[in-house]
Design a protein around this ligand. Structure first.
Ligand code: HEC
Ligand code: HEC
Length: 464
């Protein structure tokens, strides 16, 4: 139930440069949530989510630690000492320092309605795309091939609704895969099929001659067999893991858990920019946002759903993943391979604000339309980052797609048909099958996709 923050519960944390400017203060204020506040049991889920929402929507200023320190000529890329625009000491926009608050990029609840609905934790338009580590941008097309050469990543922000269910499904899959790895170790030279929640990740063998695992047949996942649902390339196992990087990249805000207590790692004059408890609250907030839902389908939309399965879309865009437990646990520090390590908190995703439906085994159904696996999407969608992952993307979750144009990792696809037609690589056959459908069937399939809606007012109980 709703409670007010008591100064007795929340510790006061002062930052180094508070007295720097008369009449100014950090935007986060002085009442800051600590890990002890959360583990001590004095705060309930509502309080923690509220604290997390505040961190997600606070426009940080320099007294909070916004920004990098002095530019570091030996490392111009990682957060901490990046170059700035025309020596303005702040935003460059390219490779980060691109916003004051998370909310700037994650605020679209629905843009299928006019005027569009705002939501904390929503998606972003192309104007909110992140430009990650380009070293070369040839905007005037000096080679005359009609491509502005660009060797970084250009990424459109997805929404965070329902991310608790995604994280829970991913953690359970990781546990299933780690158990299969133990099985492979116990049966040397026998390939063990890696199947978790009916998704196949190839096979693994323990090679008794080499005395090592042979991971050459592991597919769609890193060789460590950790399912990483977050980031369009599937790089982070948890929302917390993603959040830590987002704070540094977008805002130059340094979490204590990365740089140490009392350490001014970026030399910007502020220490303890984000406490462990603040990152925990941010994690709890993000993962308890309400899940997307489906409109009740009409006859045509049902036909579209059946076609979606028949032509092979559902082989990657799995309509739902079922979990064994309704409880999402929170760990600090996190151990990706072992989600049960260091648990300090748990949230019920069925009875709480996330609102997932219960399934028959007592867990929840996560209707995400993804297999949480990486796929080669062909040369057409390839990025030019120069990484082996350039063509690889984790299957985009289609829930909420009716409300969150533009589509594909960089937002190049408008309308939906383009997103489907641009599928290549492993998805080329399904894309061709879509293009070969009769017009009425195409219409039905698109109508089916438009039944997949974002939550109408996520986090409504937090808004006072
Ligand atoms: C400049 C725009 C921008 C800002 C500011 C921003 N994000 Fe994001 N966010 C993105 C983009 C782009 C992605 C997709 C990144 C990728 O695929 O690697 C993303 C992805 C995410 C994801 C993963 C979602 C998923 O399903 O894969 C989380 C969680 C997230 N952001 C949280 C945050 C938090 C917390 C903040 C504030 C500290 C923040 N973001 C600030 C643009 C932004
Ligand atoms: C081999 C796996 C695979 C198959 C099969 C597949 N997709 Fe996809 N789909 C993906 C991946 C991966 C992405 C993300 C690509 C990107 O971001 O560039 C995606 C993205 C999408 C998107 C855009 C989602 C968004 O939010 O940006 C839509 C719409 C879509 N797929 C629909 C379909 C339909 C309809 C079919 C069947 C005709 C289909 N897909 C078949 C893997 C697949």
């Amino acid at each position: 139930m709703k409670k007010l923050f008591l100064p007795a519960i929340l510790s006061l944390v002062t930052s180094a440069s508070l007295e720097a400017q008369v009449g100014e203060a950090p935007a986060l204020g002085l009442d800051r949530i600590t890990q002890n506040d959360i583990t001590g049991g004095g705060l309930d889920l509502f309080d923690i989510r509220l604290a997390g929402m505040k961190i997600f929507s606070t426009p940080f200023n320099k007294l909070d630690g916004l920004g990098d320190g002095p530019m570091d000529p030996n490392d111009t890329v990682t957060p901490g000492g990046r170059p700035t625009l025309q020596n303005n000491g702040m935003f460059l926009r390219v490779n980060g320092l691109d916003a004051q608050t998370c909310l700037e990029c994650h605020s679209v609840g629905s843009n299928a309605v006019v005027p569009f609905r705002f939501a904390v934790g929503g998606a972003g338009g192309v104007n909110n795309n992140a430009m990650f580590q380009p070293r070369d941008i040839d905007v005037d097309d000096s080679s005359g091939n009609f491509f502005a050469f660009y060797n970084g990543r250009f990424i459109n922000p997805p929404f965070l609704f329902g991310s608790g269910g995604v994280e829970l499904a991913g953690k359970e899959m990781t546990q299933e895969l780690q158990a299969l790895k133990v099985q492979a170790r116990a049966n040397p030279d026998v390939p063990v099929q890696l199947v978790a929640k009916r998704v196949s990740f190839g096979s693994i063998t323990y090679d008794s001659t080499a005395q090592a695992f042979d991971t050459s047949r592991v597919v769609g996942i890193d060789p460590d067999l950790v399912v990483r649902p977050f980031g369009r390339k599937g790089e982070f196992a948890t929302v917390r893991g993603f959040d830590l990087g987002a704070m540094g990249f977008h805002h130059g805000m340094q979490p204590v858990e990365l740089v140490g207590q009392g350490v001014d790692d970026d030399g910007d004059g502020v220490v303890n920019e984000l406490l462990v408890g603040e990152i925990s609250a941010l994690h709890v907030f993000g993962t308890n946002l309400e899940r997307p839902f489906s409109d009740t389908p009409s006859g045509a939309e049902k036909n579209g759903g059946a076609l979606f399965a028949r032509i092979g879309c559902a082989s990657c865009h799995r309509p739902a993943l079922n979990t064994f437990s309704p409880l999402l646990t929170y760990s600090f520090p996190e151990v990706d391979r072992n989600p049960t390590a260091n648990v300090f908190y748990a949230a019920d995703l069925a009875n709480g604000p996330a609102g997932f439906p219960r399934n028959r085994v007592g867990g929840v159904q996560v209707p995400l339309f993804s297999d949480l696996k990486r796929h080669d999407m062909g040369p057409g969608l390839s990025e030019s980052f120069g990484s082996p992952l350039d063509r690889m993307f984790i299957t985009a979750r289609l829930w909420g797609i009716a409300d969150t144009a533009p589509y594909l990792h960089d937002g190049r696809a408008l309308p939906l048909t383009e997103a489907i037609e641009m599928h290549g690589g492993e998805a080329a056959a399904a894309s061709s099958a879509f293009q070969a459908l009769a017009s009425s069937d195409k219409r039905d399939l698109l109508a089916f996709l438009r039944t997949l809606r974002t939550p109408v007012d996520p986090g409504r109980d937090l808004v006072q």
